[in-house]
Design a binder for this molecule. Structure first.
Ligand code: UD1
Length: 429
C-alpha cells in the first residue's frame, strides 16, 4: 500500500490548478444512463472514484471512452469522457460494486426511469456514519415506484413508467436530490422537490440534464420543479471546478503561510469557507484566473464553525479546517451536524501534537504553538487530507499510511503541492 512522506515547515508558493469536481463528475456520469445518445463530459478529474464508476457503469453495458490528449492541453487538463448508454444490458448493481462506492447507488434513479426497473444493492456501512438511503427510496415512491427490500437489495419497479409527484425531503440530502432529479426528468408529468439540496453540484447536474433536453427549474434553491420529458438526447457538458479541493488547498496555504494562486477556482462556490479562512487570518483575493490565498507572518486566529448544507460551511472541509485550527492562537470550536462519527481525524491529528477534545458533535481545539511529525493513518477521504495539512506545518517527518483514500478524491495531490515548494513524496508499495 502506498504511503506519503511529508517533511513539514515549508511555506507554499506558486500556482495550483483546480480539477473538476468529483461530486459533480460522479452524478454526471450516472446521468449518462438517462439517454441512448452520447453524453460528452469535459473536465472530468482523474480519480480512483471516477475509474471505479466507469467499471460500475460498464457492468450495465455502458461504453465509456476517454478522449486522447489534444494539442495545447496542459498537464493538468481534465479528461473528456464519452458516455454511450445506447443499450442497457443489466439493471442490477451488485453488492461487490456498490459497497466500494456509495454514490454508485444513485444509478437507481436513471435505471428505473429508462428501464422501468432496477435492482441495486444497499450500500452497507460506511466509515462516516450510518448514511441510510431511506430518502432516495421515499423520493422514488413519490414518483410511483414499487419498492421491495430483499436480501440486501432494493428492488424498484415502475412497470408503467414513473409519474410526476411531490417530494418533500424531511432533511437536506445531496444524494437523494440527485436521485429525485434524474428520475423525475423522464417521468410523466410535473414533479416538485421541496427542501432540495442547493449544492452547486446539483446545479451542475441540472444544467447538464437541461442541455440534454430536460426541463428543470429552480436547481440551486430549495424548491426544484421538473417537467418530465419522454426522452433525453446527447449533450456536451464541462464539469464545474472542485470547491472542496479549492478549500483544501486554501487551508493548506493558510496553515503553512505563503502565496498561492488556485487557478480555475470559483469563489462563489465556497463563500462560507472563504469567510472562515479570512477570519482565521488568510488574505483571499478573487480574479479571473481564480483565487489567490496568502498568509504572511501573522499567526492564525481561532474560529467557531458549524457545518451545514450549502451555502453553509461544508462538512467535506470540516477535517481540513480542524487541522488549521490546531495551530491557532486560542480555542476554536467545530460542530459537525451532517454526519455523526465524522471525527476520525481527531485521534490522528492528536498524534501530530494537536489538543482536541470531543463532546458529542462538537470538537474543541486548543491551538498549540507547534505540531510535530509522526506516522499517521488515513481513515477516510477528507480526514486523510487533513493529515496532509497538519503534516505540512509540523516540524520534521510524517508518514501517512493508507493513502488510497486520498486517491479517491484528490488528483495528483503530491505533484500539486511539491510544485509549490512542499517536501512531499509518495512511497509505493
Ligand atoms: C454527498 C457528497 C459528500 C458530502 C455530502 C454532504 C457526493 C458523491 N458525496 O454525500 O461528499 O459529504 O453530500 O454534503 O456528492 N441521509 C438520510 N437518508 C438518505 C440520504 C441521506 O438520512 O436517504 C442523511 C445522511 O445520513 C446525512 C445527511 O442525510 O446525515 C446528508 O447526506 P447526503 O447529503 O445525502 O450525503 P451524500 O449524498 O451521501
Amino acid at each position: 500500500m502506498d504511503r506519503i512522506r511529508i517533511v513539514g515547515g515549508n511555506t507554499l508558493n506558486g500556482s495550483i490548478p483546480i480539477s473538476g469536481a468529483k461530486n459533480a463528475a460522479l452524478p454526471l456520469m450516472i446521468a449518462g444512463l438517462l439517454t441512448d445518445e452520447k453524453l460528452v463530459l469535459e473536465n472530468v478529474p482523474r480519480l480512483a472514484d471516477v475509474s471505479l464508476l466507469q467499471r460500475i457503469l460498464g457492468n450495465h453495458g455502458i461504453d465509456i471512452t476517454v478522449a486522447g490528449k489534444r494539442r495545447g492541453d496542459d498537464a493538468y487538463a481534465g479528461q473528456t469522457l464519452e458516455i454511450d448508454a445506447r443499450v442497457i444490458v443489466d439493471t442490477t448493481a451488485p453488492y461487490e460494486l456498490v459497497s466500494k462506492m456509495r454514490a454508485s447507488f444513485w444509478v437507481i434513479g436513471p435505471l428505473l426511469a429508462r428501464m422501468g426497473e432496477a435492482k441495486v444493492s444497499l450500500p452497507g456501512g460506511c466509515a462516516i456514519g450510518t448514511r441510510p438511503v431511506d430518502l432516495h427510496i421515499a423520493a422514488l415512491e413519490a414518483l410511483g415506484t414499487e419498492i421491495e427490500i430483499d436480501g440486501g437489495y432494493v428492488l424498484a419497479r415502475a412497470p408503467k413508467g414513473l409519474k410526476g409527484g411531490r417530494i418533500v425531503f424531511p432533511k437536506v440530502t445531496v444524494g437523494a436530490t440527485h436521485t429525485a432529479l434524474m428520475a423525475a426528468s423522464l417521468a410523466d408529468g410535473e414533479t416538485t422537490i421541496e427542501n432540495a439540496a442547493c449544492e452547486p453540484e446539483i446545479v451542475d447536474v441540472a444544467d447538464c440534464i437541461n442541455a440534454m433536453g430536460g426541463r428543470i427549474e429552480g436547481a440551486g434553491t430549495p424548491t426544484i420543479r421538473i417537467v418530465g420529458v419522454p426522452r433525453l438526447r446527447g449533450a456536451r457538458h464541462s464539469v464545474l471546478p472542485d470547491r472542496i479541493e479549492t478549500g483544501t488547498y486554501a487551508m493548506a496555504v493558510a496553515m503553512t503561510g505563503g502565496d498561492v494562486l488556485l487557478s480555475g477556482a470559483r469563489a462563489d462556490l465556497l463563500d462560507s469557507a472563504l469567510d472562515t479562512l479570512r477570519e482565521a487570518g488568510a488574505e483571499i483575493t478573487v480574479s479571473n484566473e481564480g483565487l489567490r490565498v496568502r498568509r504572511n507572518g501573522a499567526g492564525l486566529a481561532p474560529v467557531e464553525v458549524t457545518t451545514a448544507p450549502f451555502p453553509g460551511f461544508p462538512t467535506d472541509l470540516q477535517a481540513q479546517l480542524m487541522a488549521l485550527t490546531t495551530m491557532a492562537s486560542g480555542t476554536s470550536r467545530i460542530t459537525e451536524t451532517i454526519f455523526e462519527n465524522r471525527f476520525m481525524h481527531v485521534q490522528e491529528l492528536a498524534r501530530l501534537g494537536a489538543h482536541i477534545q470531543l463532546d458529542g458533535e462538537t470538537a474543541t481545539i486548543e491551538g498549540v504553538e507547534r505540531l510535530k511529525g509522526a506516522p499517521v493513518m488515513a481513515t477516510d477521504l477528507r480526514a486523510s487530507v487533513s493529515l496532509v495539512i497538519g503534516a505540512l506545518a509540523a516540524e520534521g517527518e510524517s508518514m501517512i499510511h493508507r493513502v488510497y483514500h486520498l486517491d479517491r478524491g484528490f488528483e495528483r495531490l503530491e505533484e500539486k503541492l511539491s510544485a509549490c515548494g512542499a517536501e512531499i513524496e509518495r512511497i509505493a508499495g
